[in-house]
Design a protein around this ligand. Structure first.
Ligand SMILES: [Zn+2]
Length: 269
């Protein structure tokens, strides 16, 4: 992958660990963030090597060691990370120092306006969405696979940041992280039909691929539209396909379900 630091989402190295960072987020020294790659961990086989999920069949000791490696690289204590059980919905949890737990429950989005809370999620093709409002000083992290996208998880996160935290949509920067791209994401009638109910002009989100009843879905574009509809003006899309880049990322589709999960972390010091 040819990328330079001039690109909005670019590879870099911290503590010998290859990660991706968002150029714009580095403007704010209090913001801690990383899109981890699959490299630099201790897991073996299909999970090689920085698998951060214990729910995919990997050795839990290896995953724990990987979590420690990831947290150390960005200077965050594991106890300060906050995660949730991803359920392909659009429910968003507001995290505070009072309700903060490492596992918040069944949600697909986490938001906070408090420092020293580090939102953490795991991905392998589904879309990571990162949010930052530098004016209100609030962050959000959301998981949107096709089901979450059809439920407008992106818009639900913006709405939650506005209604619960007092953000203004126009102040929010939203980032569409590495996810399976329109080059690789073949879907069937279930997804095409769901999109027709949700998106006006849904056909522009699909490219015919010659297979009857199937098409390639542009999940990046679908999320971009929802963010714009929610009033976000600053939208950064990584345009990095996880299925094309299994050297960097785990891909559920490209690896036929036998794979790990890479992590994304975001919080304010
Ligand atoms: Zn691809």
């Amino acid at each position: 992958m040819v990328q330079t630091s001039l690109q909005p989402v670019y590879p870099t190295t911290v503590q010998n660990l290859k990660i991706f960072q968002i150029d714009k987020f580095n403007d704010d020294p209090s913001l801690i963030h990383a899109i981890f790659t699959r490299n630099g961990g201790v897991s073996q086989g299909n999970f090689k090597s920085l698998n951060l999920s214990t729910s995919v069949g990997d050795n839990p000791d290896a995953v724990n060691e990987n979590m420690a490696i990831a947290c150390r690289a960005v200077g965050v204590l594991l106890e300060k990370t906050v995660s949730c059980r991803l359920v392909h919905g659009a429910d968003i949890a507001t995290v505070t120092r009072h309700n903060q737990r490492q596992m918040m429950g069944r949600f697909d989005g986490l938001i906070t306006a408090e420092p020293d809370i580090y939102l953490f999620m795991r991905f392998a093709d589904c879309t990571p969405l990162l949010f930052f409002d530098p004016v209100r000083r609030a962050v959000g992290l959301t998981h949107a696979g096709w089901r979450g996208t059809m439920q407008n998880a992106a818009g639900a996160t913006v709405k939650a940041m506005v209604n619960r935290l007092g953000c203004r949509a126009k102040n929010i920067t939203a980032v569409i992280g590495p996810a399976i791209g329109p080059c690789c994401y073949e879907v069937g009638p279930e997804v095409i039909s769901a999109a027709q109910h949700v998106f006006t002009g849904a056909s522009t989100l699909f490219t015919a691929n010659g297979r009857p009843g199937h098409a390639r879905f542009d999940m990046w574009q679908a999320n971009r539209r929802q963010l714009a509809d929610a009033g976000v003006q600053d939208i950064i899309s990584a345009e990095i396909c996880t299925a094309c880049h299994t050297d960097y990322f785990f891909s559920h589709r490209a690896e036929r379900g036998k794979t790990g999960r890479f992590g994304v972390i975001l919080g304010m010091q």
